[in-house]
Design a binder for this molecule. Structure first.
Ligand SMILES: Cc1cc2nc3c(=O)[nH]c(=O)nc-3n(C[C@H](O)[C@H](O)[C@H](O)COP(=O)(O)O)c2cc1C
Length: 331
């Protein structure tokens, strides 16, 4: 067993927090139990109950954070052992979801060095002659993904995604919750800390102002005029992707485990030289989920958990991460 100290924990959390989370809500906290054990703690006050009513995406986010911790440990020659997943309420706000010990480990994880580079890319993609090789590398490295690269199929999926997303956006409470997590002006007090800011959404100031109105007070009149759907459509971005990537895991798997593999799949996309943006609406909408299962020939014992559009941004992107401070994340 290896000694965990408060200083080491802060270093580890600084890297583990780079894991993706739904709407960048960052529900994961960490607690040092003793000098060899650590607990992953759920901040139950951090939720997106309309977009994620069952709390499934929160658990996927916790799983991604757990994998982030595993990768941070790996970079220091350490690994997780004796993982116990028993939910234990700690207070009204915090609940421990699992705990584990840390032991030495000799094998470097090839994904550990991708952590600082991976990020969501929400802009358009440009085609590159290397796309087919990158997708083949991804498919060979990650057994949890199915890559759909047929242009007509991608274009169809782009239309399905717009329809699915718009059906959710039509809900008043959905738009209200989404706007609550959006930081559309750099003056927002949480702009650099959490939620979805203008930079992360690849929006300029004008687009951000337009989004505020279209998702806010103007939504209903614009919808009545039949204009809201086209103003919010992301179809051109999805259609520009090199591929639609279906992320599948066994039916009935513990979502914490699914989240670990979700993060690993995204890091594999990054390692293959591609950028990605999840389109959860495609997996959450039952009709789209079924159509995509057919398109990708997904086996009956697998669940289509999420869908990415992947490709190359027009220019190399400097990695940027908007995260809560380490102090907030250690409880
Ligand atoms: C379970 C889950 C679902 C997500 N769904 C979407 C989505 O539908 N659309 C989207 O743009 N980003 C989605 N994301 C990406 C997060 O918004 C993103 O990871 C977060 O904002 C942090 O930013 P980063 O990925 O650039 O580090 C999802 C992430 C997770 C973990």
């Amino acid at each position: 067993m290896s000694a965990l100290t408060p200083d080491l924990l802060r270093e580890l959390v600084a890297e583990a927090r780079l894991a993706p989370s739904v709407h960048n809500i960052q529900p994961t906290r960490w607690r040092l139990l003793d000098d060899v054990r650590l607990a992953l703690v759920d901040d139950t006050s951090v939720r997106a109950p309309v977009a994620d009513p069952a709390g499934h995406d929160v658990l996927i986010s916790h799983g991604a954070a757990l994998e982030g911790m595993s990768l941070a440990l790996n970079r220091r020659g350490l690994s997780i052992c004796g993982l116990t997943t028993i939910e234990q309420p700690l207070s009204a706000q915090f609940s421990a979801l699992c705990n584990f010990a840390v032991k030495p480990c000799a094998t470097p994880d090839p994904l550990a060095d991708r952590v600082a580079h991976r990020m969501s890319w929400r802009g358009k993609f440009v085609a590159s002659p290397g796309d087919a090789t990158a997708l083949a590398q991804l498919a060979a490295a990650c057994g949890d993904v199915i890559c759909v690269s047929d242009r007509q199929a991608i274009s169809n999926v782009a239309g399905w995604a717009d329809q699915a997303e718009f059906s959710f956006v039509r809900g008043d409470d959905y738009r209200q919750e989404l706007l609550g997590w959006m930081r559309l002006s750099p003056g927002h007090p949480h702009y650099l800390q959490d939620g979805l800011n203008r930079d992360a959404l690849a929006m300029n100031a004008l687009q951000a102002t337009a989004a505020r109105f279209v998702l806010g007070g103007l939504f209903k009149p614009l919808d009545r005029l039949g204009l809201a759907a086209s103003l919010l459509a992301d179809g051109a971005k999805t259609a520009s992707a090199a591929a639609i990537v279906l992320f599948c895991r066994p039916v009935g798997e513990d979502p914490l485990m699914t989240g670990r593999y979700f993060y690993r799949a995204w890091l594999e996309i990054d390692r293959a030289g591609l950028a990605a943006c999840p389109i959860s609406a495609l997996a959450d909408d039952p009709d789209c989920n079924e159509r995509l299962r057919k398109l990708g020939n997904v086996a009956a014992d697998l669940r289509l958990v999420n869908v990415f559009r992947v490709g190359r941004p027009p220019a190399a992107q400097k990695p940027r991460h908007f995260r809560l401070s380490v102090e907030r994340l250690v409880v």
